[in-house]
Design a protein around this ligand. Structure first.
Ligand SMILES: [Zn+2]
Length: 227
């Protein structure tokens, strides 16, 4: 066996052991502490009706998921599992442990920080939770060590030039969109920021998406113009 093969084999063994460590002892208790899983477990164990009301779900995708997939949840040895479309029984990770599992799927002392595809493939063979794909993508994209290691392509930076001083208000303005942030009660998840370079006056407003149409419709500059 070559050195590389030995490292990979040990890495794979380490991954399996690390996973088994995570699901020991109080995993079922932690599933019961998760409000959504508690409701599903009671529905399965006590055959209680699962009342689905969209207002009870802060994330619309979770509501849609539950509406279509409640029948896929089942219990094995007191632990809640989800049957995937491929027929795999996937362990349901409670909200309190998702960060730990994301870290487990993304970071490995033998293979470093994996990309989105690899992180998903490691996790989705064993675990499940609603919005899994989105959470993995967000986790990998926001991983600081990965951002620090990412190299910019050669000559990708344009030279900076000082801007001319604007002559009056609204002579030069700039816009930017920040986010995504957690969805607000009004359904917004981005912040549109506007700055007038002459006065440094800033306007910020919440918007539901980052399309040009939404930004244009949301910010009516006429409201702020002084004639
Ligand atoms: Zn990373």
């Amino acid at each position: 066996m070559t050195y590389r093969a030995a490292v990979l084999a040990f890495g794979a063994l380490f991954t399996v052991v690390a996973f088994e460590e995570k699901i020991k002892d109080d995993f079922a208790t932690k599933q019961n502490d998760d409000p959504l899983y508690k409701k599903i477990i009671e529905h399965i164990e006590k055959k209680q009706e699962f009342v689905l009301d969209e207002k009870d779900f802060s994330i619309p995708e979770v509501y849609r998921h539950m509406k279509n997939n409640l029948g896929r949840y089942h219990l094995v040895d007191d632990k809640l599992y989800y049957q995937s479309e491929k027929g795999l029984s996937l362990l349901c990770v409670p909200g309190s442990m998702r960060e730990e599992f994301l870290r487990y799927g993304h970071e490995n002392i033998f293979s470093g920080h994996r990309g989105v595809k690899k992180t998903k493939s490691i996790l989705k063979r064993r675990v499940f939770w609603p919005c899994f794909n989105k959470d993995v993508e967000k986790w990998v994209r926001s991983c600081i060590p990965c951002q620090q290691r990412k190299r910019a392509p050669a000559n990708s930076k344009l030279p900076l030039h000082p801007l001319e001083t604007p002559l009056c208000q609204f002579d030069r303005v700039s816009f930017d969109i920040c986010g995504p942030y957690p969805i607000s009660e009004d359904g917004n998840k981005y912040v549109l920021a506007f700055c007038d370079h002459w006065s440094r006056f800033i306007i910020a407003c919440a918007i539901p998406d980052k399309s040009a149409n939404t930004a244009e419709n949301r910010l009516d500059l006429n409201e702020f113009m002084v004639s």
